[in-house]
Design a protein around this ligand. Structure first.
Ligand SMILES: [Zn+2]
Length: 377
């Protein structure tokens, strides 16, 4: 992939291309915007262009060749720990897990690298490691450090990163990527050149899915379910697990629209069961479980938005068109749908950084509020 294949957020692509052409580039960036719209992908593709050995001028502007040795060492499809570029590095919670596992393997512990799970946060050790690599001289044009989910930097790590940002090494760029920029240390934020990303229009995603050989009906449903998150749609093309996930969501929304006090703890139990099991109380299992819960809450929000649309007789706005009988159970009053949307949003915020509430408790609270809403409205 190269910039010419990047879908959506054309303003960001144009801006970054111009920066590459001009050559005087601010050293710290913050790519922010909704999840799965391509922020991290674009950061990697930009790093590719900046270090490409034979970039070419296309109709849309400068682009990487995608073939030279430098380009071949970088791929936005590869996980962070499998990137092999000498000076472009992606730091994320998966990389931290990899470093930890490698450390254990060095101490002769048995480690299964195929079972790596992302860590919950980016700690001070990760930034220390990064700073060590920065002291090496480089003959490359740009060293690019991409920090994905920068809101997961711990306080200590933020302080260390801030120091580096304030005395940046020569020709080194930092690209912080975040869907929750307000959770990043404000001083770090103020040092960065902001670049905002937007959701991708339905038509663009629909066309992309069609180009991948999908049939009209399925492409339309997926493009709607994606709600602007093109990365989600692309992933769903290759990973049929979204169907099981949707079934799970369907059961939960069915429970929510008729929630009784008896169902409260069962709801939380079922909601967390569909996500990865709590094998241990380890930090890693909680981290990936939280991510799946976030997705689940997003799905519930979309379902209640559908219910609101139905209650307001705006049926054409409904996304989950195949769920109408169940959704209609919740349509007695638009106030209830609005109330539920607020509550789910609250739960979503609570389980994310910086609050990190206990997911089980947060879901039980949400179930209590649903039961209350069934009584009130
Ligand atoms: Zn190249």
């Amino acid at each position: 992939m190269a910039l010419r294949n990047f879908v959506g957020n054309e303003h960001a692509v144009r801006f970054l291309r111009r920066m590459a052409e001009k050559g005087t580039i601010p050293h710290a960036w913050l790519f922010s915007g909704p999840p799965r719209v391509g922020k991290r992908t674009l950061a990697i593709e930009w790093a590719k262009l900046l270090n490409c050995q034979s970039p070419s001028q296309t109709d849309d502007g400068l682009d990487s060749c995608d073939r030279c040795p430098s380009c071949c060492h970088l791929s936005s499809e590869r996980p962070s720990y499998a990137q092999t570029h000498p000076v472009v590095q992606v730091l994320d919670t998966m990389m931290v897990a990899y470093w930890e596992a490698a450390e254990k393997a060095r101490e002769d512990e048995r480690v299964d690298f195929t079972k790596l799970k992302p860590k919950f946060s980016l700690g001070i050790n990760a930034i220390r490691r990064l700073r060590e690599t920065l002291s090496n001289q480089t003959l490359w044009r740009y060293r690019v450090i991409i920090v994905d989910e920068a809101e997961r930097l711990t306080e200590e790590a933020s302080a260390a990163l801030l120091k580096t940002l304030e005395e940046p090494p020569d020709r080194t760029l930092f690209v912080l990527v975040s869907a929750n920029p307000w959770a990043i240390h404000p001083t770090i934020r103020s040092r960065c050149q902001p670049l905002r990303f937007r959701l991708i229009p339905y038509q663009t995603i629909f066309k992309l899915l069609k180009a991948k050989g999908m049939e009209d009906g399925e492409a339309s449903l997926l493009a709607k379910l994606a709600r602007g998150k093109v990365g989600w749609a692309i992933n769903a093309c290759y990973e049929p697990t979204w169907r099981q996930f949707r079934e799970h969501l369907f059961n939960l929304i069915g429970m929510m629209v008729t929630m009784s006090w008896w169902d409260v703890s069962r709801f939380a139990e079922i909601a967390t069961k569909g996500t990865e099991e709590f094998e241990t109380e380890s930090e890693t299992s909680t981290a990936s479980q939280r991510r799946q819960l976030e997705e689940l809450l997003e799905g519930l929000m979309l379902s209640w938005r559908d219910i609101l649309a139905l209650a307001l007789e705006a049926d054409d706005l409904v996304v989950n068109v195949d769920w109408l009988p169940v959704l209609k159970e919740g349509t007695k009053s638009p106030e209830r749908a609005i109330k539920m949307l607020q509550e789910i949003r609250q739960t979503y915020r609570k389980i994310r950084p910086p609050f990190n509430a206990n997911p089980q408790l947060a879901l039980e609270l949400l179930a209590i509020q649903s039961a209350q809403a069934v009584e009130t409205f």
